[in-house]
Ligand binder design. Structure first.
Ligand code: HDE
Length: 713
């Protein structure tokens, strides 16, 4: 029983799980039946040029297995990447919860975390403008706890009933099956413009948050309000936040579009490479804890998943840290077969009545049955609990355990009353005893009817460059819509968030912002709804700004894992190069030489240096910053290839840090950067390694944004 095994260390348990990892090194090839085989390339034939024999069980097993290699991809979140790691607790919080994971600071709880995009298929590019999934499986000693969240703190809808409509509208349109992994099309905006509850999540996606620099540089949120319950049965509401130690950063839309072509696996590769290099990504877990009695003290409903709780109103209590430190051994067995379920809960935590969460509690087990094909999916190695599991569930496809004994029912005497029941004091899961007093009703609470206050708060909290990117994104997306009535209705909805924003977008589209729309602003909730009551009231301003919402306040620490392109050719100046790259490497940045050709180049001291990529095989958008060492011969070679100028211009246009030493400045002078380099706080002539490092740590110099628009890259 799990209660008895709670003392077992997870490391030993982890080894138990690892027995399922196989390794063919030094092993003979066999059939699935274990027969050694001597040929992997020829079928069994009647004569050397004759027909293939049905008898060839080895051929049939191999082809038959291949024919069945795919399982249905996830309906949403199909494209994903994952890693193993641990969660460590800084401080026990027994006053809030009895959950073991939040009480024992000596534990290193294993985790498996999968990041994903929502809309695209499994093979879609990583830099789609989208919400990102952020799902964490904690293998706790009391059982698996899945915190299945996103990188944006609010969701599109308030009630599970609308989820299929949301997803059908954003997925490729069903007649032509286009566009792939894009929200920029008619059906999506038809739906959003009629569903103002979606506007808050939507403005986050239109902001830089929709195109993260790295999966390692995203926040994560449980979104819903959950409950924590302590030993005395006292409950607190809680919201979960993951904050990346490396800061929260994004790319620009122009980069996103180009990265999708240059390296569609950019995020997946970045996560893998960082872990492979020992630069383990870390997130701190913060809790917003609210006493039950404060449930109604806010200007919004805590059960509404389209509302965030500003950190200025309920500060985060940081309680622990997740470190991802091991890449999966096998994508399919782990990342594809992992099954997250919001119903995977542990004692001391519980759900709230958020109607979106309540719907999810049904959906995920259901979806696993169709994806993984068996009720026994929790027995797959990646899904197994570290706590022992015993019950009277039996049989089904692919039963992997061999239950012993005569009894598969309860109560029994023939099985000695086992598996036996455990009391709550002994660690059994306990649902919070919540008093419910109400009518059975299919309706939306009026406390959910406020659609513009929080998108407006979000927009007000952005800096000018974030606002400008957001306006550009709306313009791009609506520009892809072909029905003027959808564009107009959307413009009206945006104007309710912020008039100036709507004007800007309208200008880009060559349209006017309408003063009103035909019919109710909020439609299609229910034919019997009191439509008047469901129309948005006046915007509330309970906070002027929330700094926590702007990326400028989420810079993080250092430049570890930042990709620095060194543009150089033979005879580059070894001294400049060494001074700069030693500094960058000391900060754990990744230095990559981009030369006119692959292979190696030789520096002024005659040493050979490995080239990361020839200039024609890479793009500036794949790097965070650019360095050009001196050396006349080297710079002359760079000046002969137009792609180098494009590389530098693009880095400048994307507001990245650029440093040059000695003759390297000639390349800048040959580009548009030359015109502006003396006034730019992130362009450094004559090295200045420390200043360069500091500028990279600031991610981008967005003060340059207006100037950069003049660069035709
Ligand atoms: Fe999901 N969601 N979802 N979702 N979701 C799935 O489950 C669903 C929602 C989220 O890496 C599916 O195993 C419904 C909110 C993530 O494997 C499916 C509703 C949040 C992942 C499903 C929601 C999420 C999923 C598809 C409305 C953030 C990927 C495959 C009631 C808090 C997990 C699967 C992974 C996956 C249904 C709303 C996050 C179909 C019905 C809100 C991160 O079951």
């Amino acid at each position: 029983m799990s209660a008895k095994n709670n003392g077992v260390r997870t490391d030993a348990k982890q080894q138990q799980l690892d027995q399922y990892r196989t390794d063919g090194t030094d092993q003979p090839m066999t059939t699935n039946n274990g027969l050694k085989v001597n040929d992997a390339g020829n079928s069994l034939k009647a004569g050397i040029r004759g027909g293939t024999l049905l008898e060839d069980f080895w051929l049939r097993e191999k082809i038959n297995h291949f024919d069945h290699e795919r399982i249905p991809e996830r309906i949403v979140h199909a494209r994903g990447s994952a890693a193993h790691g641990i969660f460590e607790l800084y401080e026990a919080i027994p006053q809030f919860t009895k959950a073991g994971i939040f009480n024992d600071t000596s534990r290193k709880t294993p985790v498996f975390t999968r990041f994903s995009t929502v809309a695209g298929s499994k093979g879609s590019p990583d830099l789609a403008r989208d919400v990102r999934g952020f799902a964490v499986k904690f293998y706790t000693e009391e059982g698996v706890w899945d915190l299945v969240g996103n990188d944006i703190p609010v969701f599109f809808i308030q009630d599970a009933m609308k989820f299929p409509d949301l997803i059908h509208s954003v997925k490729p349109e069903p007649d032509r099956e286009i566009p792939q992994a894009q929200s920029a099309h008619d059906t999506f905006y038809d739906w959003v413009s009629l569903t103002p509850e979606a506007l808050h999540n939507h403005i986050w996606v239109m902001s830089d948050r929709g195109i993260p620099r790295s999966l390692r540089m995203m926040q994560g949120f449980g979104i819903h309000t959950f409950r924590m319950i302590n030993d005395e049965g006292v409950a607190h509401f809680v919201r979960f936040h993951w904050n990346p130690v490396q800061g929260t950063h994004s790319v620009t839309w122009d980069e996103a579009v180009k990265i999708n072509g240059a390296d569609p696996d950019f995020h997946r590769r970045d996560l893998w490479d960082a872990i492979d290099a020992g630069q383990f990504p870390e997130w701190e877990l913060g809790l917003q804890i609210i006493p039950e009695e404060d449930e109604h003290k806010f200007d919004f409903d805590l059960l509404d998943a389209t509302k965030l709780i500003p950190e200025e109103m309920v500060p985060l209590k940081v309680v622990g840290k997740m470190t991802l430190n091991r890449n999966p051994d096998n994508f399919f067995a782990e990342t594809e077969q992992v099954a997250f379920l919001p119903t995977h809960m542990v004692p001391g935590l519980d759900f709230s009545n958020d109607p979106l969460l309540q719907g999810r509690l049904f959906s995920y087990r259901d979806t696993q049955l169709s994806r993984l094909g068996s009720v026994n999916f929790e027995q797959l190695p990646i899904n197994r609990t570290l706590a022992d599991a015993h019950n009277n569930q039996r049989d089904g496809h692919m039963q992997m355990s061999v239950p012993k004994g005569k009894t598969a029912y309860f109560p029994n005497t023939l099985g000695g009353g086992c598996p036996f029941l455990t009391s709550m004091k002994e660690g059994a899961f306990e649902s919070y005893t919540e008093r419910i007093d109400g009518n059975k009703i299919r309706a939306r609470s009026e406390s959910f009817v406020d659609y513009y206050s929080q998108p407006a708060l979000f927009y007000r909290s952005l800096t000018d460059w974030e606002k400008a990117h957001t306006a550009d994104a709306y313009t791009f997306e609506l520009g892809k819509c072909t029905y003027p009535h959808i564009q107009q209705r959307m413009l009206y909805q945006i104007s309710q968030i912020d008039e100036a924003l709507a004007q800007q977008v309208a200008e880009g589209l060559g349209l006017e912002v309408p003063d009103s729309v035909d019919g109710p602003v909020n439609q299609a909730i229910s034919a019997d709804a009191d439509v008047e009551k469901m129309q948005p009231p006046k915007k509330k301003i309970y906070l002027d700004k929330s700094d926590a919402l702007s990326l400028t306040h989420r810079m993080g620490k250092g430049i570890a894992t930042r990709q620095i392109a060194v543009l150089a050719s033979d005879s580059f100046d070894a001294e400049d190069f060494t001074a700069m790259t030693d500094k960058l490497k000391a900060e754990n940045a990744v230095v990559k030489i981009v030369a006119p050709h692959g292979g190696t180049i030789t520096c002024s001291k005659g040493h050979e240096h490995e080239v990361f990529s020839g200039i024609m095989m890479t793009e500036s958008v794949l790097f965070d910053a650019v360095y050009i060492p001196g050396g006349q011969k080297s710079v002359d070679a760079l000046l002969k290839k137009a792609k180098y100028k494009k590389f530098v211009d693009e880095a400048f246009m994307h507001c990245k840090a650029i440093a040059v030493d000695g003759e390297g400045v000639q390349l800048l002078e040959a580009t548009h950067v030359g015109e502006y380099m003396n006034d730019d706080k992130a362009v450094f002539v004559d090295g200045k390694p420390q200043a360069f490092v500091d500028a990279i740590a600031q991610h981008r110099n967005y003060d340059r944004m207006e100037v950069a628009k003049m660069v035709p890259a």
